[in-house]
Design a protein around this ligand. Structure first.
Ligand SMILES: [Fe+2]
Ligand SMILES: [Fe+2]
Length: 192
């Protein structure tokens, strides 16, 4: 009886201290959805740049964020290969959907484009926060990568606010709808 108690204690300890391993299914979902999300984010900025042009003042700001997204995509593309993860089958959808979202918010104006950034990056930032908690100690390197990218996403979020995103017409509704769309895309891209 006493022996059983001891082994239970040890088991619990090993789970909470260093050496925890990430469930393979969770690792696959994290890499798949992050790859999809970074791809979608880059396409949003592509759509906005198509409207504003790269040489406009706002275009240069967006270009800075787009370049960071490309680095994020490259990293997840490598992780897809090294970890043998199947990418989402919905990339063609996020390709078009991201671009349309970017272009349509840009057509509404600079503030609406920035409101889109605030909504998207805030969801991604929270999502990355959640993932750092789900990853085990065997994925410490990936956790650091995600933390770094999360910092970039929060910078993008703040750039949006600095550019008067909140002054966009219908800001509350616009950001709510976009955030809900992003959350749905996250749920779908983990699995499909
Ligand atoms: Fe990103
Ligand atoms: Fe971003």
């Amino acid at each position: 009886m006493a022996k059983k108690k001891t082994s239970k204690k040890i088991k619990r300890k090993s789970r909470s201290s260093s050496g925890s391993t990430t469930d393979r299914r969770i690792l696959e979902e994290i890499i798949r959805v992050d790859h999809a999300g970074e791809y979608g984010a880059a396409r949003i900025y592509d759509g906005q740049l198509a409207v504003f042009g790269k040489d406009s003042k706002i275009g240069k700001t967006i270009q800075h964020m787009a370049e960071q997204e490309l680095k994020h995509i490259e990293t997840f593309e490598k992780l897809i290969v090294t970890n043998r993860v199947r990418p989402t089958a919905l990339l063609p959808l996020w390709n078009i959907g991201g671009f349309v979202l970017g272009a349509s918010t840009a057509l509404l104006g600079k503030k609406a484009a920035m409101a889109c950034t605030v909504a998207v990056e805030s969801v991604i930032g929270q999502h990355y926060e959640q993932q750092t908690k789900e990853l085990g100690d065997d994925q410490a390197k990936l956790r650091i990568t995600i933390k770094k990218f999360q910092k970039d996403e929060l910078e993008h979020h703040d750039i949006g606010l600095k550019h008067d995103a909140e002054g966009a017409l219908g800001y509350n509704l616009l950001t709510k709808v976009i955030a809900a769309g992003c959350k749905a895309a996250i749920v779908i891209s983990k699995k499909i």
